[in-house]
Design a protein around this ligand. Sequence first.
Ligand SMILES: Cc1cc2nc3c(=O)[nH]c(=O)nc-3n(C[C@H](O)[C@H](O)[C@H](O)COP(=O)(O)OP(=O)(O)OC[C@H]3O[C@@H](n4cnc5c(N)ncnc54)[C@H](O)[C@@H]3O)c2cc1C
Length: 303
Amino acid sequence: MLGTGCPLANEVMVACIQPLKPGEEKYSFTAMIPLNAKGVTLLSRKSFEYAAVSKFDNPLSIDFDENDCVLCFDDVKVPWERVFVHNDIHMASAQWHAIPTHVYQNYQCQIRFAVKMKFLLGLTRKIAETNGIIAFPPVKETLGQLAAEVSIVDGLIEAMEVSGSMHGEYFVPSKQRLYAASVFSQQLYPKFINSIRELSGGGLIMLPSEESDFANPDLARYITRTQKSPVTDAYGRVKMFKLAWDAIGSEFGSRHLQYEMFYAGANMVTRGHAFRTYDWESAASLVDKFMSSYDSKTKAKNS
Ligand SMILES: Cc1cc2nc3c(=O)[nH]c(=O)nc-3n(C[C@H](O)[C@H](O)[C@H](O)COP(=O)(O)OP(=O)(O)OC[C@H]3O[C@@H](n4cnc5c(N)ncnc54)[C@H](O)[C@@H]3O)c2cc1C
């Protein structure tokens, strides 16, 4: 439905990831298609990079907007050597799950996610210091909670690697741990962003409109008098809060929230993967083993 990064790419893989049932063969189609093929149209959303004012004002949007678009195909000729799945619902699913495609794809997503979360955690600590609230016990508690959650994200990556297995000559991270991480990270991100907003207060908003305001002596005087911090000067405070807003509140930051919640499918989809791949037999066998260790006295008497 959306092609993230397509405006920057040479080719796109068009495929169906949803499970298909008999009768839906026509949707089982996978091909690699050059984005400049005749008949391909890219309908991009608004460019946040284009709308960015400067590096100082929008430090993330200006460089890291990967953009998303809707792709339209109007009588596009696809040579057969570029078609991998056609009218075959079994292959449509097997290309993701019979080989470790889906695991590899999502494993690198979790590594990306872990780095992003560490960055956000560092930013949150800086916000608390800049705001002068870091010494309050409830603030430390919130930071401790966020730090624990970032450690869990790191720990899940380590767990995927430790409990992975070989697929032929390739090492594949553990599916179970991977899908646990997908479910957890989708739920974590909105909560995490909310905690950052709580610690930030209005500082995210009470910012000069543009970096050029500092160049105007009259405005700079007011900015210096209103942007106070125990750890930095007015310029440092504005710089930090502009970065924070771009990370969590701007159109760019807000798109990231939607991305983390949906890029791997809605949460019900990732929970479905966790359900499908969990080792239920080993969990149920613990219960069976325990239940077989006792019986009611009545049953013992009757048997
Ligand atoms: C920023 C961003 C970038 C993306 N990039 C890509 C990309 O590069 N490539 C790509 O292929 N896709 C991409 N996607 C699309 C993404 O895969 C889908 O958004 C995702 O699969 C969810 O599908 P949907 O948006 O149609 O939501 P829906 O399936 O319509 O879900 C919307 C809500 O309805 C709920 N819901 C839906 N059906 C049911 C039901 N039966 N019972 C109960 N609740 C239900 C869901 O849980 C969810 O909360 C991107 C999405 C975003 C937001």
